[in-house]
Ligand binder design. Structure first.
Ligand code: DQA
Length: 149
């Protein structure tokens, strides 16, 4: 099973960025934790981070030819603005789980709007790094039950 993990803008700043909200792990440390969980589940994990909306869209468009079965997406602030990323996900019909480190529902009002939640299998918000691990388990189970892998 092949799963793609995409991190959006400013997530490369984790560790330094608002640690009271996002915690003190760096993106590298988070990726290592998720990769370890993926290895236990026999999942091939492909990790990508970009601060650019266009690069994220191109990456999503390339997922079928790369043989990805599913996607875990933390699109950062693009969650609240990007119809273009939504359209890219719909264009490739990629099953995905939306993840946020913080609980977007107890923050500013503009963060409560997501362009992805209604087309996601599910959303994990506010569980920090554990949220990615939950998303991985849930996505793998979903793909199995759907007979997609
Ligand atoms: C975030 C929440 C977004 O509102 C914010 O813009 C981010 C990170 C999270 O992981 O909690 O960059 O997606």
């Amino acid at each position: 099973m092949k799963i793609s993990l995409i991190h959006g803008p400013n997530l490369n700043m984790l560790g330094k960025r608002e640690p009271s909200i996002y915690g003190s792990f760096t993106l590298d440390e988070i990726n290592k934790k998720i990769a370890y969980r993926a290895s236990l589940l026999n999942i091939e994990l492909d990790v990508f981070q970009s601060n650019s909306e266009g690069d994220i869209i191109s990456k999503i468009q390339s997922l079928p030819e790369r043989g990805a079965d599913g996607l875990i997406l933390n699109a950062g602030a693009y969650t609240h603005t990007s119809i273009a990323i939504r359209d890219a996900i719909l264009a490739v019909s990629m099953p995905f789980v939306e993840v946020h480190l913080s609980n977007i529902y107890k923050r500013e009002g503009f963060r409560k709007q997501s362009y992805f939640s209604d087309i996601a299998i599910g959303v994990v918000s506010g569980l920090g790094v554990l949220g990615y691990e939950c998303a991985l388990e849930a996505l793998a189970e979903h793909l199995r039950v759907q007979g997609r892998v």
